[in-house]
Design a protein around this ligand. Sequence first.
Ligand code: GDP
Ligand code: MN
Length: 348
Amino acid sequence: QRYVPGDSSKLEQAVHRKQVTSKAHRQNATLLALVRNSETYGMIKSIKQLEDRFNHKFNYDWVFLNEEPFDEEFINETSMLVSGTARYGNIPKEHWSYPDWIDQDVAKKIRESRVMSRINYGSSESYRHMCRFNSGFFYKHPIMDDYQFYWRVEPDIMYNCDIPEDPFKFMVDNRKQYGFVVSMYEAQKTVETLWETSMKHFNQSGLPPADPRMYEFIAREDNTYNLCHFWSNFEIANLDFYRDEKYERFFNALDWAGGFFYERWGDAPVHTIAVAMLLKAEEVHVFQDISYTHTVAETCPLDDGMRHERRCVCNPHTDFSWKSKNSCTPRFVQLTQKETLKDHDRYV
Ligand code: GDP
Ligand code: MN
């Protein structure tokens, strides 16, 4: 179900309209960031990179979402830098709280037991709400009704090459539903029952994998989860994929099972399992020409001419996708027979 706000203006805190100067044809799409006020200065770093490398030519809108009101400083600093209209949305309480079937005491005890563990964010409550929001709610925010595609952006990320062609247009022209740059293995401890819960749901719904190659991407030979997931801090995707009842039922089954709170299910493995079960390989794209940096991973195009032409500042010798043993992208490329870039064999 779509969220029907009593007064939707309350959920759009501010709009900074920009005159579009771009002559380029734009798709029905937006850049999207879920972000906190405390991340203002990390956010403007990301905005500057994307504007300089890409969006100054296109002037796509930016949508910022937060479960708390954005402060003046955040709105001023970010709206200054964007070339497209900036919209500031507040997340309704129902999208960032415990469903009534969750036992909050149990959830709390589990978090406390993980304070000393090595599970990333294992003891964080807000991280769990964030993952649940990014799994089942971001596309239900009324601001997102105005768009068909989104490009997810986080604070403190880098884009290290020019992006001369519009990835949104690429998605539309090539009928892609979901695009990623990084894929890797998830920490097993965060998703202990995600796979069995998911498979039970798809079995009961009579939904076999839409494409055996996509299923094989995430499954071991014994039909357990191999932990591969698309790293969702970058994703470009069609919102209709999530708006479809197949996705909605899947999310509801997961939410009912409680693993967002009792474990620490990430939105990345949730999106990935849905993509792998519901889409065909042709509908999923790996952007090998985009150089992206977020915390532990940086990708770099393995095409010397392209890197020079696009003024890249990244090291192809340490490209995460092909040089890290934690990357699932070689598996994806092999199974789905995607083409690799021109100088691939010289580096891999
Ligand atoms: P990581 O990438 O898994 O290390 O997680 P991050 O801390 O970067 O969080 C992922 C995204 O969600 C980032 O865009 C954060 O700005 C955002 N985020 C995380 N926690 C919160 C929160 O409590 N409130 C808001 N508004 N955004 C959050
Ligand atoms: Mn992050």
